[in-house]
Design a protein around this ligand. Structure first.
Ligand code: ADP
Ligand code: GLC
Length: 495
């Protein structure tokens, strides 16, 4: 099949979180299984310098944003056979220090920036000479693409547009703007209703995507169920329930080329399930790097995260406070909310020989933390898929997770399957419950035989993209059937 993907971030060109990893890996996996994939994304500051092979294409955008025509150029990069990245070059919008924000403040023109991006995606979907069979957009930044395409089908003579699949990576970010921003879409008012893009008199880009896409996916089966409930629905659960027959959950895969402890350029000591000695050496390197006392036998816990409400930072700070009376070490790499950053700094000042905190974004260090720690803590309030717990499993670092969303779908607790257990789960959202899970981890640490079995189980858990790609291909076929008005449920593709 020929698939056009669109995402506001794509690894290795731009990244603030798992969205970039997922889209980058999906494009690669599609190409490697014999399909043709293009990924559209903005040309942010620094990409051109890091990837000099970018080629300018003979393509001029001049698309209206309300009354204002906005020009842009198109650059492309042939990554490998079957995979091309298309970069939208609009310097006024994208050549900035951040992707969505700077100094903790969102750019005031994010509506313009991403409505324009969505318009470029719809334009490419229509005019790219290789004619995609399906368009796969991600998150609110590309959420208006289905409506823009539908409008061109209804009103501008686009005879046979491909179907659109929308993937929700995080329902908490919807792209909500004042109603006036709707004029930037140049869509007729019929799209701005409570059945469509309107949300309490405001423009909601993700809601428009959910309303007009042919199929909707999210990044784990459990999260697909959760978001149809009031508790996790972020105000959109009603719409999602109405569209539940086209809502599917597919757990993200792991890019084994990027995340493989045996071939990881960021590690000094390669290791594998069969040869675990390297893991211990990486632990010592990490303790040195983070300025902690070198203590090969002290249990080392770690977290790499956006410091946001979603990630359970408040209960993690609370649990650590309690657990640091035990002989444990903890490392954190993260950035985000200033209050949370201060919280961790305060902890490291009080427990300098046990807690090391690095605020910022550091890809290499994120790999070394995955490799060097004994346990990985991820106590999210909600977690659509989560990737770090899967990277941890791959690196033999036992994840301690709250049983929600993709965390529940990817980790096996002793209580679920004693023989295959690879992590520790807790349910209640509280510091007390997390501290209890950390105590279980300490008990496990005291039993080297059992710990070794957990590690072996973890490292052989298969999150390869081969299987995930097959699931997306099935969804694309369903989208094609829906788009052409066929009854897809009788065609043997149940959700
Ligand atoms: P989310 O997308 O909600 O942030 P995920 O677990 O899906 O959560 O993915 C997070 C990704 O971002 C992982 O690849 C993780 O290693 C990376 N990451 C998050 N914070 C940092 C950081 N401060 N430095 C380096 N990588 C980070
Ligand atoms: C979002 C979610 C995260 C998921 C990622 C990639 O950022 O918060 O759970 O893994 O998208 O799909």
């Amino acid at each position: 099949m020929k698939i056009l993907l669109a995402s506001s971030e794509v690894h290795p060109y731009s990244k603030t979180g798992g969205l970039a990893d997922m889209v980058g890996a999906l494009g690669k996996a599609l190409a490697r299984s014999g399909h043709e994939a293009g990924i559209v994304t903005p040309l942010y500051q620094g990409i051109h310098e890091r990837f000099p092979a970018l080629r300018r294409m003979d393509w001029q955008f001049n698309l209206p944003l309300g009354a204002q025509p906005v020009p842009a150029e198109l650059w492309s990069l042939e990554v490998e056979k079957g995979l091309t990245i298309y970069f939208i070059d609009q310097p006024g919008f994208y050549q900035r220090a951040g992707i969505y924000l700077e100094n903790h403040v969102s750019y005031p023109d994010n509506a313009e920036r991403f409505i324009f991006f969505s318009k470029c995606v719809a334009n490419l979907a229509r005019y790219l000479p290789w004619r995609p069979d399906v368009v796969h957009v991600n998150d609110w930044q590309a959420g208006l693409v289905p409506a823009l395409m539908l409008h061109q089908r209804r009103g501008e003579g686009w005879g046979n547009p491909p179907p659109v699949c929308l993937t929700i990576h995080n329902l908490a970010y919807q792209g909500i703007f004042p109603a006036a921003a709707f004029t930037l879409t140049n869509l007729p008012e019929e799209f701005f209703t409570i059945e469509g893009a309107e949300f309490y008199k405001q423009l909601n880009c993700l809601k428009a995507g959910i309303a007009f896409a042919d199929v909707i996916t999210t990044v784990s089966p459990r999260y697909a169920r959760e978001i149809t409930t009031e508790e996790f629905g972020c105000g959109l659960d009603g719409l999602l329930r109405r569209r539940q027959d086209r809502l599917f959950g597919i757990l993200n895969g792991v890019d084994h080329e990027e995340w493989n402890p045996l071939h990881d350029p960021f590690l000094k000591h390669p290791y594998s399930a069969a040869r675990l000695a390297g893991k211990r050496k990486n632990k010592i390197e990490l303790q040195k790097e983070m300025g902690l006392p070198v203590a090969a036998d002290a249990p080392l816990f770690g977290t790499i995260t956006r410091l946001a409400e979603q990630k359970g930072v408040d209960i993690q700070l609370g649990a650590l406070e309690e657990m640091l009376s035990a002989d444990i070490q903890f490392v954190l790499l993260g950035s985000g909310s200033v209050a949370f950053e201060r919280g961790y700094h305060a902890l490291s000042r009080r427990f300098p020989s046990q807690v090391a905190v690095q605020i910022g974004y550091d890809e290499g260090l994120s790999h070394r933390i995955e490799a060097g720690c004994d346990f990985y803590i991820m106590p999210s309030r909600f977690e659509p898929s989560g990737l770090n717990q899967m990277y941890s499993l791959r690196y033999g670092t036992i994840p301690i997770v709250r049983a929600v969303g993709g965390l529940d779908d990817s980790v096996i607790d002793f209580s679920q399957n004693a023989a295959r257990a690879n992590g520790i789960k807790f349910r209640e959202y509280s510091a007390r419950a997390l501290a209890q899970a950390v105590r279980k981890a300490l008990a496990l640490y005291q039993q080297p035989g059992l710990l070794r079995r957990y590690r072996q189980n973890a490292m052989k858990t298969d999150f390869s993209w081969d299987q995930t790609v097959d699931e997306y291909l099935k969804i694309y076929q369903i989208a094609e059937k829906i788009n052409s008005g066929q009854d897809w449920r009788t065609a043997g593709h149940g959700p």
